[in-house]
Write a protein that binds this ligand. Structure first.
Ligand code: AR6
Length: 169
């Protein structure tokens, strides 16, 4: 399955894939980090559509159009805020990847790009988050051969090195 997983050091808003995933907050109305970058690049139509979604629970995901992005759709998922690890953060992070992939598969998407959900402003430990991301994506790909490619769109050097180590090991 590892041939279907790619790591790319890039800005996720530049990717020409079927779906990009956004690391959003429960309001789904925009914010900083990758969320801010996606809203800026997509344009004002995105927040208008997001207003109609009534927010989203942590660990779940909702889909919108891609507007001015090269990607066809955006799946907005809400990662957990790291609170020390005793508040179901690991299960909730895994659920973000799984729900996003389920929604992408329902839309017949073949290529999906993820940012490193929760590892910025939300403070999830990067190594632990990478392990959860890779194992959740790998087990989904095993059950869904129709998905052709999952890209981890990585912004910072530290995450890039962690993913390289984990995927090459
Ligand atoms: N492309 C790819 N990855 C990016 C980009 C980009 N353009 N910009 C940042 N990253 P964060 P979170 C990486 O903070 O921790 C927002 O305000 C970044 O290096 O964006 O889930 C939301 O509205 C990091 O590895 O998301 C929420 O309130 C990763 O994206 C809150 O932040 C995630 O960092 C969510 O926090």
């Amino acid at each position: 399955m590892k041939d279907k997983i790619e790591i790319k050091q890039c800005d996720i808003t530049d990717l020409n894939v079927d779906v990009i995933v956004n690391a959003a907050n429960k309001s789904l109305l925009g914010g900083g980090g990758v969320d801010g970058a996606i809203h800026r690049a997509a344009g004002p139509g995105l927040v208008e559509e997001c207003r109609k979604l009534n927010g989203c629970e942590t660990g779940n995901a909702k889909i919108t159009g891609g507007y001015n992005l090269p990607a066809g759709f955006i799946i907005h998922t809400v990662g957990p805020v790291w609170q020390g690890g005793k508040k179901e953060e690991e299960n909730l992070l895994s659920s973000c990847y799984k729900r996003s992939l389920e929604i992408a598969a329902e839309k017949q998407s073949k290529t999906i790009a993820f940012p490193n959900i929760s590892t910025g402003i939300y403070g999830f430990p990067k190594e632990k988050a990478a392990g959860i991301a890779i194992s959740t994506v790998t087990s989904f790909l095993n059950q869904h051969p129709e998905i052709e490619k999952v890209i981890f769109a990585i912004f910072d050097k530290e995450n890039y090195e962690i993913y390289q180590d984990l995927l090459l090991s």
